[in-house]
Design a protein around this ligand. Structure first.
Ligand SMILES: Cc1cc2nc3c(=O)[nH]c(=O)nc-3n(C[C@H](O)[C@H](O)[C@H](O)COP(=O)(O)OP(=O)(O)OC[C@H]3O[C@@H](n4cnc5c(N)ncnc54)[C@H](O)[C@@H]3O)c2cc1C
Length: 435
C-alpha cells in the first residue's frame, strides 16, 4: 500500500500533539503516529507537570512564560472543549530555595526582565509563609549512608517565590486535550502503530515504514516529518541517519518520582506549593489536598541511570530511591510522615548533554526534531508547537535556518524566542543534572 501524506508527526505525547495542532492551524495536512494506544501515554504520563519560569537562560524563560500563559487560559489556547474533561492549571506558585545546585542570579534577572512577579524571601519569611518547610542549610546533598547526610545544619537559606507558577492537574489528559483540538482542525491519528524505518532519497526524507499491532507493515510517503518521539527520539534519528552534525546526544534517563502524604499545612488548598530545593537536591510539590510528589535534582552523588531504550525502565519505584528521597524530604519537612510501602511513578527523560531541548531542522531535508526535553519540556509544549510550525514553514520556504536561525514572536507575552538557543549545532556546555 502506498500512502502520500503531507506531514507526519512521530509521537502523540504532549509535544507531538501540540506540534500537530499548530501545523494544522497553518493549513498543513497532518498525520500523527504513535506506538501507544492513545495520546500522552509515553513519558508525558509520568510528568510532574510543574509549570515554572525560572531558568538559567533567557530563551527558555521566555518559552516557559509564553507557554505558561497558555496553560493558564487552556480552553482559549485550544479553541475547543474536550468532552472527556479538561486539564487544569493549578496556580500554586513556585518556591526556589537557595542551594549549591543552582545560582539564583541569572533566573532572577530573567524573571525581572520578563516582568514575571517574583519576591525574594529571607529564611525567616520562608518559615513563616511555609511553616512545614525548615529553611536550614542541609547541603551539599549526600547519600543516606554518608554521615554528612545527618549532620547538623550549617545555617539557614533564603529563597525566591514566583506566585504565577503552578502545575497541570493531569499531564496525560492535557495531551489528550491537545489531540482533541488537533483532530478538530483535521489532524489524523494512528495509534498502536510504530515507525520502524526511514527512507531517504537525495538528501530528503522520502518514506516511513510503519507497523501496526496486528503485524501489518506499510510504507507511507510524507513530505515532512517531525520527530517528537520523546525518549525514543534517538532511535528514530539513528534510523534517519541525521546525527552527523548534532553537537549533543539525546539519551533516555530513568527517573523515579515518589509520592507521600502531604504534611499538615501543605495540601494544595492549605498552603502547599511547588518547591525546588537545590540545597538538598529534591523538588516537590503538593498534588491535590493530600499528596506530595518528590523528584530528584540529580546532584553529583546520585548516579544517573541511562537506558538503552525507554522500554527498559523498571516498573516500580525502587526501595533505594524511596528511602533516599523520602529522607531528604523529611529533613526539609520534619513533619512529613513516611509510609512503609514505596509509592510513586517511574518515568524516562530524554536528556541532552546540556539539558536544553533541541527544536530544530536536521541535515536531512524534511526531517525536523522536537526532542531532548530533558525533564522540563512538559510546560513548554503549548508554545513548542508554534515554534516548530514556524520553523517548518520558514525552512520549506527556503530559509537557511542553520546560517540564520529564525526568531519566533511569543504573541501572548510580547516577547521573542531565538531558536538558535535550541539548535542541534549550538555550543554545548555539558551538565551533570538539571540542578
Ligand atoms: C518523571 C518525570 C517528571 C517530569 N516532570 C516535569 C515537570 O514537572 N515539568 C515539565 O515541564 N516537564 C517535566 N517532565 C518532562 C516532560 O514530561 C517531558 O519533557 C514531556 O512529557 C515529553 O513529551 P514528548 O511528547 O516529547 O514525549 P512522550 O510523551 O514520551 O511522547 C513520545 C511518544 O512517541 C511515541 N513513539 C516513540 N517512538 C515511536 C515510534 N518509533 N513510532 C511511533 N511512535 C513512537 C511514544 O509512544 C510516545 O507516546 C517530566 C518527565 C518525567 C519523565
Amino acid at each position: 500500500m502506498q500512502d502520500n501524506v503531507d506531514v507526519v508527526v512521530i509521537g502523540a505525547g504532549v509535544i507531538g500533539c501540540a506540534v500537530a495542532l499548530e501545523l494544522a492551524r497553518e493549513g498543513r495536512q497532518v498525520l500523527v503516529i504513535d506506538r501507544h494506544a492513545g495520546p500522552g501515554l509515553g513519558s508525558t504520563s509520568a510528568s510532574s507537570a510543574i509549570v515554572r519560569y525560572h531558568y538559567d537562560h533567557l530563551d527558555e524563560a521566555v518559552l516557559a512564560w509564553e507557554a505558561g500563559r497558555r496553560w493558564m487560559d487552556w480552553p482559549r489556547y485550544l479553541g475547543t472543549v474536550d468532552p472527556q474533561g479538561m486539564a487544569e492549571f493549578v496556580r500554586c506558585g513556585a518556591l526556589v530555595l537557595d542551594g549549591a545546585l543552582m545560582d539564583r542570579e541569572a533566573p532572577l534577572a530573567h524573571l525581572r526582565t520578563l516582568g514575571i512577579a517574583v519576591e525574594e524571601l529571607t529564611a525567616e519569611e520562608v518559615a513563616s509563609r511555609f511553616p512545614a518547610i525548615d529553611p536550614s542549610r542541609l547541603g551539599p546533598p549526600t547519600r543516606t549512608d554518608d554521615e554528612q547526610f545527618w549532620a547538623e545544619p550549617t545555617g539557614t537559606i533564603g529563597a525566591f517565590w514566583t506566585p504565577d507558577a503552578g502545575y497541570v492537574s493531569d499531564p496525560q489528559l492535557a495531551a489528550a486535550n491537545l489531540a482533541h483540538a488537533a483532530a478538530s482542525v483535521g489532524v489524523e491519528f494512528r495509534f498502536a502503530t510504530e515507525v520502524r524505518g526511514v527512507g531517504r532519497d537525495d538528501g530528503r526524507v522520502c518514506s516511513l515504514s510503519i507497523a501496526t499491532s496486528d503485524g501489518r507493515t506499510t510504507e507511507i510517503h510524507p513530505r515532512t516529518v517531525v520527530n517528537a518521539a520523546g525518549p525514543w527520539s534517538s532511535a528514530l534519528n539513528r534510523m534517519a541517519e541525521v546525527l552527523d552534525d548534532f553537537n549533543t546526544s539525546t539519551r533516555p534517563l530513568m527517573q523515579e518520582v515518589i509520592s507521600l502524604p502531604a504534611p499538615q499545612g501543605f495540601g494544595i488548598d492549605d498552603g502547599g506549593t511547588s518547591v525546588t530545593d537545590p540545597d538538598f537536591a529534591t523538588y516537590f510539590r503538593a498534588h491535590g489536598a493530600h499528596t506530595l510528589l518528590v523528584g530528584g535534582m540529580e546532584p553529583p552523588c546520585d548516579p544517573l541511570v541511562h537506558l538503552d531504550s525507554p522500554d527498559d525502565a523498571v516498573e516500580q519505584v525502587s526501595a533505594e530511591t524511596w528511602e533516599l528521597q523520602s529522607l531528604r524530604l523529611a529533613r526539609r519537612m520534619p513533619s512529613a510522615t513516611i509510609p512503609s510501602q514505596p509509592r510513586g511513578i517511574v518515568g524516562v527523560y530524554d536528556v541532552t548533554e546540556d539539558w536544553i531541548p533541541i527544536y530544530d531542522r536536521t541535515s536531512l531535508d524534511g526531517w525536523f526534531v522536537a526532542i531532548g526535553t530533558s525533564g522540563h519540556g512538559f510546560k513548554q509544549a503549548p508554545f513548542v508547537g508554534e515554534l516548530i510550525a514556524a520553523l517548518v514553514q520558514a525552512v520549506e520556504a527556503g530559509h537557511d535556518h542553520d546560517a540564520d536561525p529564525i526568531e519566533v514572536p511569543a504573541s501572548w507575552t510580547g516577547n521573542t524566542v531565538r531558536m538558535a538557543h535550541f539548535s542541534r549545532r549550538r555550543h554545548v556546555v555539558p551538565q551533570y543534572g538539571m540542578g
